[in-house]
Design a protein around this ligand. Sequence first.
Ligand code: GLA
Length: 733
Amino acid sequence: MKKALLLVVVLVVNMAPGFAVADDKKIIAINTGNTSLVLMANNQGKVFHKYFGASLDKPEEILNCLPYDPRRYETFEACSTFGNENKHEVALKVRHADGNMTTDLRYQSHRQTRIDGNVTETRILLKDDHYPFLVTLIYRAHRDEDIITSRISIENKEDGTIVLEKFASADLVLSSGEYWLSHFYGSWSGEMQMEEERIGKGIRIIDSKKGIRTTQSENSAFLLSMDQPSREEQGEVIGGALAWSGNYQLCFEIDSRNTLHLTAGMNPFGSDYHVDPGETFDTPPFIFSYSDRGKGQISRNFHRWARKYSLRDGDKPRPVVLNSWEGAYFTFDEDTITKMITDAASMGVEMFVLDDGWFANKYPRNNDKAGLGDWQVNKKKLPHGIDYLIDHAEKEGIKFGIWVEPEMVNPKSELAENHPEWIVQSAHRKPILMRNQLLLDLSNPAVCEFVFEVVDDLLTKHPRIAYIKWDANRHVQNFGSTYLPADRQSHLWIDYTRGLYSVYERLMDRHPDVIFQVCSSGGGRVDFGSLAYHHEFWASDNTDAFTRIFMQWNTTHIYPPMAMGAHVSASPNHQTGNSSPLKTRFDVAMSGRLGVELQPSHMTDEELDFAKKAIAEYKRIRDVVQLGDLYRLISPYKENRAALMYVTEKKDRAVVFAYTTQYHIRQDYPTVKLRGLSPEKTYLVEEINTRSTSKVFNGSGKTFSGNYLMNHGMQLKIRKSNETACLELTEKR
Ligand code: GLA
């Protein structure tokens, strides 16, 4: 019986598409619409990475010219391990049950399965040459989006516990003359700054050791341009991003032959992980894409993929939000909030979000020094409770959302008094506070249960809450868990994130219609790990339009604009002190998921009127911005202006945004050539968000062919700092 079963499996394997055998060597091709990742198993069962790039029609041709000296060149395994020929940073390092630190993986079988018309999964089973230690390489190829995801699953069938010391999700090899890395660094209020550098020989590591809020300083996504600095629409570029919200490590190693070896995965830093017999360990997906048409195509690939396969409800346009934070901070009462709701509704806002400061009684949350952890409505500020506010919002015709930070605790709180053991803490050390708060230990299931209940109770008791802003305002320090045993303290990093994901999952199941925003002091959790459980992210606490031109420009390189919370706030800006006209602030915020973050009662009637019109215009164009394809036209890093546009899939509608970052007094504002339109189609071009009848484009209200707009382009009369334009294009039949 067993034999028959085995035969069937082998047949399936041999019939699999993208599979060829010659001289006992097997080629395994993982194809998307325009790209191929090719692996080869040699006659000793070693599986090597052979190629990643534009589609190979006949990947088996690789077998016709194998390296002269395989021992010298065949060192790039599809999952490189410590302890054999590998001379570089490896993907997998394991201490086996008997203490042996080496691993030697051999091909067992592989299977390619069509998940649906667009996605094919390839699973390659490897086994250690000696130990009952199994590794499955799992790739998913998304045909239309040209995206591949890679992860591994490790199974311990040994008779004792093994310890994982490195466990990357992906192991890729690239070959080029030069490698130009664009990465995204930053800090609070300055997340996602983009820097491009040529990487030299040796190792360049991008990582986080912060445990949570891991993308505040370095994002876990990157672009790698081959041979030259990246360009928007030309050249070979690879984009990559790890879907993990804990510590991560991206390791780029260029060897003496100028081959680049990339491992990407959870950071092994202080994270030795024990896997008991019979247990498996799964790594998070690494998402990557190749384009020979520049980084613009990489971004479009990521956005399309994210809308379809990552982001929650990625096909549904997001509501316009007014968030109370910058308009009220901690200082509000019921009247402040109900008035804000009324004003928000009259502006056309669709969702009011009550930010920090609404909870705790024994230690009221009137500033960031107390109350965190005590999730009961503050009776003094809001004597009639949350439902009263929801009733008011609904009466005004808008929805209601609320801020939570359930993973955290102020020492001055009832929670800290009742459950000191739930706090992440180092034995014998003084706790280090950050924003006066400490972190709860989500490696502990009891704490996960508490965090789940905080949010579940809120949503169950107030089922009309339509939106949750989930914040996390510190990272891991005070490393240590009172829950984990002494020999498994190093599990804290990984188990924390797994615990958090399990909470998210349960909440998603119980409250599928609630919109979730991920925030971590701004953009501290912008990664595809958390985005899988959220609808959007708060890009930064920095809401200054000038800074946002750059920050949003950078963010869109990987992350979908529909998820990028972009709010119009007061001028001068609270973070930077910069002043900018309301139109500028709207034109910048409208290129993402538009929201408002100010006190409407501080606005003049003229401003309120402008805001009302701008919000109405945004609602008309939002499906183009949120669901369309992005084309970045003029980089603010190359000129003192910027332009970008969105085009629908049908190419029947488009929206163009143009900004200045400095004055151009005596110069004409140079031409903006559009992209992504259909050359044959005719478009009506209309400038929107205008304060008066004066137009920056004297062709506004007229029709133009796509051919004209893309080749000749449009001249926009924008000369002074802070001047901006927003134009809507509609196909005229
Ligand atoms: C963080 C967030 C802000 C706001 C405050 C509230 O800083 O990024 O948007 O919610 O917390 O304390």
